[in-house]
Design a binder for this molecule. Structure first.
Ligand SMILES: C[S@@+](CC[C@H](N)C(=O)[O-])C[C@H]1O[C@@H](n2cnc3c(N)ncnc32)[C@H](O)[C@@H]1O
Length: 226
């Protein structure tokens, strides 16, 4: 596979966690106010946690934009001790080289989590592997525009670069595809709150809800398939 590695440089965010700046798309991978705190606020608190408070014993998650693997790692961390099976599908077309991954400082002082972080990055693309006995990960090396899998997810972490950098990833057509890969009920969560993006979500069939955003962002968005 001729993988086009992402051109990035390391940055530090205000909660002490590192992130990356994409030279390719001229934007950062996370909020400068805190990579870990932003991912927790948007994807863990609003995407994952409500599902953990139900009777459900198996949860399927799609992540749009695997990037540094932070959302995947935070999801693993959240379910480590829980009697629940997770099927996690992440999509990425511009993976990060291992040298950069090694410079990221997510939970470095937690040996077990750090080992899992390395493990998810070293996992082959397009193969399903049990990262933990109850956590199955598939990393799809593919363009988001072409991503289609015959599973139905409970939640989609929609974490593409913003519509300013990549308007083509926030269209009605993309959201129609996302809608088709969700269970009923299911939901899509994103940090983004742009007006046109919300209208596109609505046209694709989602019920659109605004929630308080992270740090300097007034809102974030949830699209419900109900
Ligand atoms: C905001 S970052 C994702 C951050 C990531 N979720 C994390 O936890 O670090 C957006 C990601 O989308 C990826 N990306 C951009 N365009 C893409 C495309 N057309 N298809 C697949 N991935 C793409 C980028 O390479 C980048 O990793």
């Amino acid at each position: 596979m001729n993988i086009p590695f992402h051109q990035t440089s390391l940055i530090k965010t205000r909660d002490g966690s590192n992130s990356l700046f994409s030279e390719q798309f001229n934007t950062s991978f996370h909020s400068l106010f805190g990579a870990i705190e932003e991912s927790k606020h948007v994807f863990i608190e609003q995407g994952l946690k409500p599902l953990l408070n139900t009777e459900q014993k198996e949860i399927s998650i799609i992540e749009i934009g695997f990037g540094t693997g932070l959302n995947t790692l935070l999801t693993i961390r959240e379910v480590l001790q829980k009697p629940i099976t997770i099927n996690y599908h992440a999509v990425e077309f511009y993976p990060i080289d291992f040298e950069k991954i090694n410079e990221l400082n997510y939970f470095k002082d937690d040996t077990a989590l750090d080992a899992l972080f390395k493990k998810i990055h070293h996992q082959e693309w397009n193969q399903t592997r049990a990262v933990l006995p109850h956590f199955n990960l598939t990393k799809h090396w593919l363009q988001i525009e072409k991503f289609k899998i015959p599973i139905k997810a409970d939640v989609i972490y929609f974490d593409a670069f913003s519509p300013r950098e990549q308007p083509e990833l926030w269209t009605e057509d993309i959201f129609l595809n996302m809608y088709s890969m969700l269970k009923w009920p299911g939901k899509l969560v994103t940090y983004c709150a742009q007006g046109q993006m919300k209208r596109n979500l609505k046209s694709a069939g989602f019920i659109v809800k605004a929630l308080p955003g992270f740090a300097n962002k007034r809102e974030m968005t949830i699209g419900l398939k109900v």
